[in-house]
Write a protein that binds this ligand. Structure first.
Ligand code: UDP
Length: 244
C-alpha cells in the first residue's frame, strides 16, 4: 500500500445523493462501504465532511443573516453530517468510529484533541473531524488540510462528484480540456483552479501534504489510490505539471 493513513474530505452533497438537500440512504451506504473498504484493508482513515446538504455560510447574506452567524450554522451542519456518518458506518461494519469536534458538544462527541486523535487512529479507529476549525469565514477544505497535517496523514483525498480531477479548462464547456495527472500547488494557486480553496492549497504546500482530487462516483477509486494507482489529479511538489 502507498498510504497507510489518509484523510478523506467529502462534501455534504455526497450525503444527499441525487437530492439537493438532506440525506439519501443509498448515498450514505455507498460512502460507508467505500470507507470500510479502506478500513478493512488496514488503512487508517480520518474524515472531514462538509455541510452543504444542510447549510453553507455563504447562503446567509441572501437571508439577511450575518456572515459569522451563518458560518456557525454551517459548522453545526458538519456536526450533524459527522454523527450521521458515524451511525451509518457503525451499522455496516464492526469498526470503532469516533466523532471529534472543534465545537464543544460534550454529550454527543469528543472534543478534538490532536494527540488523542492520533492515538485513536493508531488503534485503527475511524475518526470523523466535525465542526470545521470552529471558526467562521472558511469552508471545510481548510480544516480538512489542517486535520490531515495534525494527525500526520500521508495524503488528503478530496472526493468530488461529477468530475474526476483538475482540468486545463471546464470539460463541460471546452471539448479540448485535458485532465492533469499531476500538478504543482503553485500552478493550482496561480491559475486559480478551484479544486480546493486557495488557503487550503497553500497550507498543504507549506507542509508538503499531498492532495488527490478524484471522483467519488467511481467505486474503489479511494482504495486504488491508496494502493498506489494514479487516479484523478495529484497536487504535490512536482517540477512539471503532467497531463493525463
Ligand atoms: N464552516 C466554517 N468554518 C469552518 C468550516 C466550515 O464556518 O472551519 C462553515 C461555512 O459556513 C461552510 C459550512 O460550514 O460553508 C459548511 O462547510 P462547506 O461549505 O465546506 O460544506 P461542503 O460544501 O463541503 O458540503
Amino acid at each position: 500500500m502507498r498510504y497507510s493513513r489518509i484523510l478523506l474530505k467529502l462534501s455534504g452533497a455526497a450525503m444527499a445523493g441525487d437530492k439537493d438537500f438532506g440525506f439519501n440512504p443509498t448515498a450514505l451506504n455507498y460512502i460507508a462501504d467505500e470507507v470500510l473498504k479502506l478500513h478493512n484493508a488496514g488503512i487508517q482513515v480520518g474524515i472531514v465532511i462538509g455541510g452543504g446538504n444542510i447549510f453553507r455560510g455563504n447562503l446567509g447574506a441572501q437571508w439577511g443573516i450575518e456572515h459569522a452567524e451563518a458560518d456557525n450554522i454551517g459548522m453545526m451542519a458538519t456536526v450533524i453530517n459527522s454523527l450521521m456518518l458515524r451511525g451509518v458506518l457503525t451499522s455496516r461494519g464492526n469498526a470503532e468510529v469516533r466523532v471529534m469536534t472543534a465545537i464543544p458538544i460534550d454529550t454527543v462527541a469528543e472534543p478534538f484533541i490532536r494527540l488523542r486523535a492520533i492515538h485513536h487512529m493508531d488503534k485503527g479507529y475511524i475518526c470523523i473531524f466535525a465542526g470545521g476549525t470552529g471558526q467562521p469565514f472558511m469552508t471545510t477544505d481548510y480544516p480538512a488540510v489542517q486535520r490531515a497535517i495534525e494527525v500526520r496523514a500521508q495524503a488528503l483525498l478530496s472526493a468530488k462528484s461529477g468530475t474526476d480531477g483538475i482540468y486545463t479548462a471546464d470539460p463541460n464547456q471546452d471539448p479540448t480540456a485535458r485532465r492533469y495527472s499531476e500538478i504543482s500547488y503553485d500552478s493550482v494557486v496561480r491559475q486559480n483552479l478551484r479544486a480546493l480553496d486557495q488557503a487550503a492549497v497553500l497550507l498543504a504546500r507549506d507542509n508538503r501534504l499531498r492532495l488527490h482530487v478524484f471522483s467519488f462516483d467511481h467505486p474503489d477509486a479511494m482504495y486504488r489510490l491508496c494502493q498506489g494507482e494514479d487516479v484523478g489529479t495529484l497536487i504535490a511538489n512536482v517540477d512539471h505539471d503532467v497531463l493525463a
